[in-house]
Ligand binder design. Sequence first.
Ligand SMILES: Cc1cc2nc3c(=O)[nH]c(=O)nc-3n(C[C@H](O)[C@H](O)[C@H](O)COP(=O)(O)O)c2cc1C
Length: 96
Amino acid sequence: MSAVNTYIGRKIHRASGRSVLPLGTGGLSGPAIQPLALAAVAAVCDAVHIPVIGVGGIVDAASARDFLIVGASAVQVGTGDVRHPRPPCRCLTVSG
Ligand SMILES: Cc1cc2nc3c(=O)[nH]c(=O)nc-3n(C[C@H](O)[C@H](O)[C@H](O)COP(=O)(O)O)c2cc1C
């Protein structure tokens, strides 16, 4: 299984006081959610005994390794690849 997806977010345009997103809320992803995702993945890994794919805010080897440390068997990169497309092996080579 994989964990997590995006977190619900809302942003207000300061000058107008209106919601930036047309529907009011949307999915927040990227580095901002990494600590939240890490806590959730750690809880899932403690609770189940099947392989878990850690997702949420991974942008480099260090942020990927965090998920392996808390018990994930693999990782997935979403926003990080959209922002800076590059070969995964270059982005996520984890050593040590
Ligand atoms: C451009 C984009 C498209 C996505 N499409 C889907 C989708 O179709 N279904 C889904 O369950 N999650 C989708 N996600 C959520 C990602 O799979 C991932 O769970 C989430 O973005 C958190 O990881 P990240 O911080 O590495 O982006 C999408 C994320 C992005 C940025």
